[in-house]
Write a protein that binds this ligand. Structure first.
Ligand SMILES: Cc1cn([C@H]2C[C@H](O)[C@@H](COP(=O)(O)OP(=O)(O)O[C@H]3O[C@@H](C)C(=O)[C@@H](O)[C@H]3O)O2)c(=O)[nH]c1=O
Length: 182
């Protein structure tokens, strides 16, 4: 496991997991607690999701509010996505800025998403599978988000498939963040 890129948004990292290949196929290790600790990354995760999506889906932009915010580690094990973070930490030098990272089943990268990010992804290929683990378990009462098209993100999808829930999220300019930059 190595950090191969630090985002302009502090605390967000692109990770390259160890990969082993032979005539049978590939074995990828996106999570190894000691390696995470050695890199100074949070190493305890309590919920994991495997999410399939059609091409042109956009999910997000989501976050779980304090007092139980989530660190997320996102991988795309099949297909290709643009994984996006928007900094919503009040007082952050990059507050309101976004960055996107291509994750796919060729680069096998993972994105380490710290607390205080609105997170989402655009799906660029059919039958895409995204796996991610989260530090705190999902709590519906703290689940929140901002509207996908209100934060200036260039998703590069013309007519995205959006859930009714995501279509009804508040726009970034009307949103009051509960996250504070530390
Ligand atoms: C996200 C999530 C959902 N669920 C349930 C609640 C709901 O009935 C169903 C579908 O949830 P959603 O529509 O919110 O799923 P989705 O829109 O895929 O939400 C996810 O989007 C990405 C971008 C993230 O960053 C994630 O943290 C999460 O918010 O799954 C859980 O049980 N645990 C979870 O962690």
């Amino acid at each position: 496991m190595e950090i191969i890129k630090q985002s302009k948004i502090s605390g967000c990292f692109l990770l390259k997991p160890k990969t082993f290949g032979d005539e049978r196929g590939t074995l990828i290790k996106p999570y190894h607690s000691d390696s995470y600790k050695a890199l100074g990354l949070h190493s305890e995760y309590n919920e994991e999701l495997v999410v399939t999506s059609h091409k042109n889906v956009i999910r997000g932009l989501h976050f779980q509010n304090p007092p139980f915010p989530q660190i997320k580690v996102v991988s795309c094990v099949m297909g290709r996505i643009l994984d996006v973070v928007v900094d919503i930490r009040k007082g952050s030098p990059t507050y309101g800025e976004w960055e996107g990272f291509i994750l796919d089943n060729e680069n096998n990268y993972s994105l380490y998403v710290p607390e205080g990010m609105a997170h989402g992804y655009a799906v660029y290929s059919e039958n895409t599978i995204v796996c991610y683990r989260m530090s705190n378990v999902f709590m519906p009462q703290l689940d929140s988000g901002i509207k996908w098209d209100s934060a200036g993100v260039l998703w590069d999808i013309e007519s995205p498939i959006i859930s009714p829930k995501d279509s009804g999220l508040i726009s970034f300019d009307k949103f009051e963040s509960r996250f504070v930059y530390k």
